[in-house]
Design a protein around this ligand. Structure first.
Ligand code: SAM
Length: 258
């Protein structure tokens, strides 16, 4: 049974290329619609609107839908490289240059790190998220600031990071993990809409322990795990922890920091 059955369809609203919509529906083995009739049961739709691939929640059909946001987040400096500030940069440490984001999702952490000037490689196993990321990264490549600096977007590896990490052709200074944890709080600042959507579409990540072990084996210097602040540390007691808003970055060193 296709993974997204009953959950996801492609919706061609006449914007963008019809063959692009067709190909996407075929690639993901999901239905293709041109309107949302009452008989349609899917909860989410992928569609090209206003120059970007969007994931639209059925309940919010008229709204813009969710895209991989390529612009700096609120409070982030519009410069490249942006200052390496905040708990995530602290968790990465001053010597880190190369980072693999093994759970890229909506790409918000990975892209923030890219804008800080880290050399990034991104891994994502969900074919839907991979499509949204590929679209976001290609929009990123078109940005003036990218082109004038001759920057390339992060490389995107589509597949399970547990095996992809074993096949890396280099040894990244840091591997960053942000797997999905079951929600503990009813109303959490972490449960923002895009993450809730991931939970409905993809479910939790029950193999995060194996992912952590693969990350420890593949990392050159450290593994950083982002988790809700009430979740048990994925790798046992961390060597260091940095507190964010309702979340924590746990750091596991491969070798003593120098
Ligand atoms: C909580 S989201 C990550 C959010 C991301 N940090 C962001 O800023 O948007 C977790 C993502 O990791 C992906 N993921 C979980 N385990 C994975 C694995 N073993 N290999 C590749 N991707 C994985 C899931 O498909 C999901 O898209």
């Amino acid at each position: 049974m296709p993974f997204y059955q009953g959950k996801l369809a492609v919706l061609d609203l006449g914007q963008g290329d019809a063959s692009q919509h067709r190909q996407l529906a075929r690639k993901l083995s999901v239905p293709l619609y041109t309107s949302v009739a009452e008989t349609v049961q899917e909860l989410f739709f992928l569609t090209w609107r206003e120059g970007a691939l969007r994931l639209i929640d059925r309940a919010l059909l008229k709204k813009g839908g969710m895209t991989v946001e390529i612009n700096p987040r609120n409070g982030e400096q519009w410069s490249w490289p942006a200052p390496k500030r905040g708990p995530l940069a602290q968790a990465l440490g001053r010597k880190t240059v190369t980072v693999v984001d093994a759970t890229t999702g909506w790409g918000q952490d990975g892209l923030a790190l890219f804008r800080m000037g880290y050399r990034m490689q991104c891994i994502e196993r969900s074919p839907v998220m991979a499509e949204l990321l590929a679209d976001g990264f290609s929009r990123l490549a078109q940005q003036n600031w990218m082109q004038t600096r001759q920057l390339q977007p992060p490389q995107l590896i589509i597949g399970d990071a547990i095996t992809a990490l074993q096949r890396l052709t280099f040894c990244p200074d840091c591997i960053f993990l942000d797997p999905m944890f079951p929600p503990k709080r009813k109303k959490s600042a972490l449960a923002k809409k895009p993450i809730e959507v991931l939970r409905v579409l993809l479910g939790d990540d029950p193999d995060k322990q194996a992912l952590f072990d693969a990350a420890v084996a593949a990392a050159g210097q450290r593994v950083v795990v982002k988790s809700p602040d009430d979740a048990a540390p994925l790798g046992g007691k961390a060597d260091a922890s940095f507190q964010g808003k309702l979340l924590r970055y746990d750091v596991y060193f491969k070798s003593p920091p120098h």
